[in-house]
Design a binder for this molecule. Structure first.
Ligand SMILES: Cc1ncc(C[n+]2csc(CCOP(=O)(O)OP(=O)(O)O)c2C)c(N)n1
Length: 563
């Protein structure tokens, strides 16, 4: 079958963002400082908050942002600031922004920048630097930012008065272009205050347009030949806005849809075609489903969404915004462009009847559910029931973030997600310390009053607990659930699996409710489902402006049966 002519052209159609507000236009003038131009670009790119940690090199920017926005939010530590920016960008789909000073500030920022890069999240990170007159020879606190950030960004550049306008447009476009990622800019101390010329007109920033490039009608023929195809949807489908068409195509062609953890909600998880989240708890059941397929059609699936190595001999039809350059799985056929456009094309041309029935997919989900509950210990607070109880209490539209560890594996499977950008998980860098800052960033960039929950292990919580004071200062009524098991469970499981005794993996117990209260939050300890339900009873819909921290003393025994 010949594809419709419109699809044979590669179009780089992009949506223009709104060009700004009246107030911004009023203060626009052709001669202004580099700091003012940066602030203007950020505002016009839709950035409402810049997360950072101050240093002398940043004060010019902090002052212009204080006067005209975006709002500068101080975190407790630079890496947390970058995670906050990443959480905001994950939630909104627009670029996130973070700031550090030179030297120790920039090295501390690195983890969060790397996280955005591997998570394919658009991020603009800016670090101050010594005066340009000393940049080439100074030693005190001087780090070469280009060399530091090059491996963890798409672009590193210097922002100076001579080229600030072009460099800012380049930085924003590079961060948001497929695949999105991090860009780092260095600004020497004497540059922020210098006059420069520019109008702060952002380039088109939408990550995915309507363009589609493909190779004849072979993709459709391959799908028609398949008797048991399965769809594997990922973060590229979210960025392409493919949610509705994915649901329609799955229903029309009768296809089970497995989703990547970073794409949760791209198919509503109450859909009869939902077949689970890959590489989260009970993952064996999902790999068995994929192994039983005779074709896997990826829909914006990204190899960073994998934890387990890809060992399937099943043929793959690769549909994504970018070609299959990773080659983590081989794919003989590629369809490259907007995932939504590609799925719409498959949908419009599918006239071959359903491949699976709803009861077949329901039977698979039942197997997955029982794998998820494996290892349940009666009379204890199990991680599976902790996730299910919090999920049941959280109203629809709740945003959840997870940190990294066994609790992520459980939450990533059982947190029923009905819309994209409501479950925010890092699976690229998978850095501990992400969950709480990301929840703060997500809360600030959501409609006020949106319920936001952070699910974290006690190890990751200890790394970032002081950021609770930021949430408290900002009046964010987050619910932070700490899976308190006294250990770095994912690592303990590995030690056990290779026959080593547990060593260096204990998490020192702290009085988490007391700590929370000292940081301006409410805190409670629970050890059973009933006490958890009681703690959650006032957690949602009561207009709280203080974070609530729940120390959930779980029995981690169940984890060993999960992954
Ligand atoms: C910054 C960072 N350091 C180390 C790791 C390796 N790591 C992955 S999971 C994990 C244990 C996490 O423990 P905890 O936060 O208590 O969560 P749990 O596994 O117990 O749910 C560690 C150390 C990591 N992912 N990130």
């Amino acid at each position: 079958m010949t594809p419709p002519a419109a699809f044979t052209i590669v179009i780089t159609a992009v949506d223009l963002l709104p060009t700004g507000r009246e107030g911004i236009k009023k203060d626009m003038n052709p001669d202004r400082t580099v700091a003012a131009l940066l602030a203007d670009y950020l505002r016009q790119a839709g950035v409402t908050h810049v997360f950072g940690y101050p240093g002398e090199s940043l004060v010019d920017f902090i002052e212009v942002a204080r006067l005209a926005g975006p709002e500068v939010v101080s975190a407790v530590r630079e890496a947390s600031a970058a995670f906050m920016a990443e959480g905001a960008a994950m939630r909104t789909g627009t670029v996130g922004a973070c700031l550090s000073t030179l030297g120790p500030g920039s090295t501390a920022l690195l983890n969060g920048v790397a996280s955005a890069q591997l998570d394919r999240v658009p991020l603009l990170a800016v670090s101050g630097q010594v005066d340009s007159s000393r940049e080439q020879f100074w030693t005190h606190q001087l780090i070469d930012h280009n060399r530091l950030f090059a491996p963890v960004t798409k672009l590193t550049a210097r922002l100076d008065a001579a080229s600030a306008d072009t460099v800012l447009r380049r930085a924003l476009r590079t961060a948001t272009a497929e695949r999105p990622g991090a860009v780092h800019l260095t600004v020497t101390m004497d540059s922020f205050g210098k006059d420069t010329v520019g109008d702060g007109k952002v380039p088109p920033l939408a990550t995915v347009g309507a363009g589609l490039e493909f190779f004849g009608d072979e993709p459709l023929r391959a799908l028609r030949r398949a008797r048991r195809p399965v769809l594997l949807a990922g973060a590229g489908a979210v960025r392409s806005g493919a949610t509705d068409v994915l649901a329609q195509f799955a229903a029309h062609a009768g296809l089970p849809v497995v989703v990547g953890a970073m794409a949760k909600g791209v198919l509503a998880e109450d859909s009869p075609w939902y077949a689970g989240t890959l590489d989260m708890a009970g993952h064996q059941a999902i790999w068995e489903l994929l192994a039983s397929a005779d074709l896997i059609v990826t829909a914006g699936f990204d190899s960073v969404e994998l934890i387990t190595p890809w060992r399937l001999p099943v043929p793959v039809l690769h549909v994504d915004t970018v070609p299959n350059t990773d080659q983590v799985y081989p794919a003989a056929i590629e369809v490259v462009g907007s995932v939504a456009t590609a799925l719409a094309w498959f949908l419009a041309n599918w006239d071959d009847g359903p491949r699976w029935s709803e009861p077949e997919v329901a039977a698979h989900r039942a197997a997955l559910r029982s794998a998820y509950h494996a290892g349940y210990a009666a009379g204890r607070l199990n991680p599976s029931e902790l996730v299910e109880t919090v999920r049941a209490a959280a109203p629809s539209g709740t945003v959840v973030t997870t940190d990294v560890g066994s609790h992520k594996i459980m939450t990533g499977q059982a947190w029923t997600t009905l819309a994209p950008r409501e479950t925010l998980i890092t699976n690229g860098l998978s850095a501990m310390g992400f969950g709480l800052p990301a929840a703060i960033g997500a809360a600030l960039s959501s409609v006020p009053g949106t319920p936001v929950v952070c699910m974290t292990g006690d190890g990751g919580f200890a790394m970032t607990a002081h950021e609770l004071s930021v949430a408290s200062r900002l009046g964010l009524g987050l619910v932070v659930v700490v899976f308190a098991d006294g250990g770095l469970n994912r690592i303990e499981l590995h030690q056990a699996s290779v026959g080593y005794p547990l060593a260096a993996t204990a998490v020192d117990r702290t009085d988490i409710p007391l700590l929370a209260e000292s940081l301006g939050c409410d805190g409670v300890r629970v050890e059973s489902v009933s006490s958890l339900e009681k703690a959650l009873s006032g957690a949602f819909g009561t207009g709280r402006t203080r974070p609530l921290v729940i120390e959930a003393r779980i029995d981690p025994a169940q984890y060993s049966a999960q992954f």
